[in-house]
Design a protein around this ligand. Sequence first.
Ligand code: PLP
Length: 397
Amino acid sequence: MDASSRSTRLARMGRPASGWANTPIVKGSTYLFESIDQWRDTRARREKERVLSYGARGNETVYALEDAVAELEGGHRSKLFPTGLAAIAATFLACLKAGDHVLISEGVYQPVRRLCADQLVRYGISHSYFDPRQTDMKQALKPETRMVYTESPGSLLYDMLDLPAMAEICRPRGITLCADNTWGSGFVYHPLALGCDISIMAATKYLGGHSDVMMGTVTAAESHFEAIENVSINLGQTVSAEDAFLVLRGLRTLGLRMKRHAESALEVATWLAGQSAIRTVYHPALQTDPNHALWRRDARGSNGLLTVEFQPALAPQAVEDAIGRLRHFGIGSSWGGFESLLLPVDAARTRLSHEGGPRGYLLRLHVGLEDVEDIRKDLGRMLDGLPAVSQQQAIAE
Ligand SMILES: *Cc1c(COP(=O)(O)O)cnc(C)c1O
């Protein structure tokens, strides 16, 4: 697929074959049948195929988005969940049972750690973490490992994983390889094509794209879809038609938005990397980023996310005072919407603190669709508010 065919597909996916340009919002719990026979026949068929039968099993609007997401991710089929985290939790419950172990890469979205520690352990499912930069994954596997759960690039520092190499280890052992693809959002990264069995996205981020909807998606290879569909039914997971409509609407401009976010973020990242107050800029599209080679090999673009590490000589309070000078960046959770956002990163809590890792104040930026010159000037205002860091101080650190 070249860039134009990706965009062309975005304009077509999940649309009716005729009539309305967009699939209408269908509201409904009860679906009526012509006869008991038809009802009975539908109940039997819905175990094997997607047929309208009851609101919780989906409707035309939900199906349209399921189809669009499956096409975007290059998977067999997709299921929708009320949040990205719900999609992750459902995937664990679909693929793991008491006695199983899940191996998780460092750098996953932080609430996953809490989900594993608070919930999975209570069901007798064990977990452990591995740092792909320091450990050979094979060594971290246990006889009872049934799933490897990853996020590539990882949250906060965007460390890329070699998914094809991981798939080669998992496949012969029958271990499910699962990736959180929120960073790539199905447009610039494709875990299923790289060998994963399951790809999860928080559609809350770039797919929705407008900071006005929450949703999660799970897309599976044919071998894993039945388990995902069953967990969705058994846990009563569904999404509203309005929300599905909003995500479908967001999808239409996904390509345009991602391109603009990526161009602006790279410009901002390049500029920030040359500023004396900044020690490191984490953004895989930067040539100096240690993940750049893998990013070039496996990704087809980047996005608006970057994380900066300030010089360790700068006190956190001084950095936070300077952040107060920003006018165009909101302070808040999530990212992937139209607007610029920032949040401090707690490195200890996310276990990013390893040897050679960041030591200064970490700030995650989401570069929005505003004019990039305004964003750069805004960040300049923040840097101007910091005490000067001498060359010696920077080197001594
Ligand atoms: C935001 C996010 C999620 C969770 O999505 P919600 O819709 O907020 O639950 C999962 N994974 C990653 C990488 C995220 O950034």
